[in-house]
Design a protein around this ligand. Sequence first.
Ligand SMILES: Nc1nc2c(ncn2[C@@H]2O[C@H](COP(=O)(O)OP(=O)(O)OP(=O)(O)O)[C@@H](O)[C@H]2O)c(=O)[nH]1
Ligand SMILES: [Mg+2]
Length: 378
Amino acid sequence: MTTLTLVLVIAGAAALLVAGGLAGLLRGGRSRRTTSLEPPATATGVRTAPAGAPTASDIEVPVTEAPALDRPEPVSGRLARLRSRLGRSQGSLGQGLLSLLSRDRIDEATWDEIEDVLLGADVGVGPSRELVDRLRTRVKAMGSGSPDEVRALLRDELLALVGTDVDRSLRTRREGGPAVVLVVGVNGTGKTTTVGKLARVLVAEGGTVLLGAADTYRAAAADQLQTWGERVGAPTVRGPEAGDPASVAFDAVRQAIDGGYDTVLLDTAGRLQNKVGLMDELGKVKRVVERHGPVDEVLLVLDATTGQNGLVQARVFGEVVAVTGIVLTKLDGTAKGGIVVAVQRELGVPVKLVGLGEGPDDLAPFEPTAFVDAIIDG
Ligand SMILES: Nc1nc2c(ncn2[C@@H]2O[C@H](COP(=O)(O)OP(=O)(O)OP(=O)(O)O)[C@@H](O)[C@H]2O)c(=O)[nH]1
Ligand SMILES: [Mg+2]
């Protein structure tokens, strides 16, 4: 083979590759909008090359494979991995309480200090007072306990405060159709990230997931969501920029029904011109989606680092959509984990998930025992 022939063969192969790539891109561009979406092959994690694309045997040059889908980390054992982050952020609360409770003499000033530690960790006025009263009674009955006894007592009372007999399961499966999960919250709390992470959790559990980009306020929001979905083979239904979010949500659920998906996750906007506008829009999204059937979960995403502000948000959102679960994000970045207690009290709704980092698998089901142990043992 002469050098000239070789050059021609390579040029021809390159042209084929470019043409195949363009065809793939165009197909990808179209499927971005809506159209019918088949459930992805998540079980094998294999993405097949588009039909008509050149193969290695046709052109005898190496073909780069389409990137394989991520294999999300299994859910069981997640909190164990994230436990050290929880300990790092919440350990100071436990250390503070234990050292005060271990004093030889616990006088009024000490009880005030204990209450201050709780308030400082955002436990909230009511629950802090209740906890101090219960501890006071039990410490009195116990007399001077050993360090282990004091620790056990505190663990017991913190667990009671967080709540161990609450149903924290997520309704992400429904008989006879896709479960619908609506994710709400103010801007920057971590809604889109949580939807992305949750899609991974569901895929790891063998489910098929469709995402709905009902945040049409910013074009980048739908791109952000789609990027998350593509990593695990969950398609995204999106609408025109500045379009009607309720109609995107409606379409997403329609397509999830038609495509036989297990779960549809709807991401929403956290920012509009004003709060009233946002609330009106959310109410509408929920009502329109309910034409297909009930919404199974309404998850309110709160940023744990915003403290009392989060409580105000919880109240406002709670009035517009019936929140069924709270996702507390950025718990890795604050020592004020007491917000778990305060927000549950405020809304009467359990914390179901916690975000413990920016990594794709840094979302875990909330487990009271692991949480309290992290507070006490650091
Ligand atoms: N450290 C930490 N960062 C988080 C966590 N969850 C989300 N974030 C970060 O918070 C930032 C905002 O997250 P988004 O998911 O875009 O928030 P959003 O609520 O969708 O924001 P809007 O779309 O503007 O309303 C991103 O930088 C995330 O990586 C978490 O659990 N821990
Ligand atoms: Mg977002």
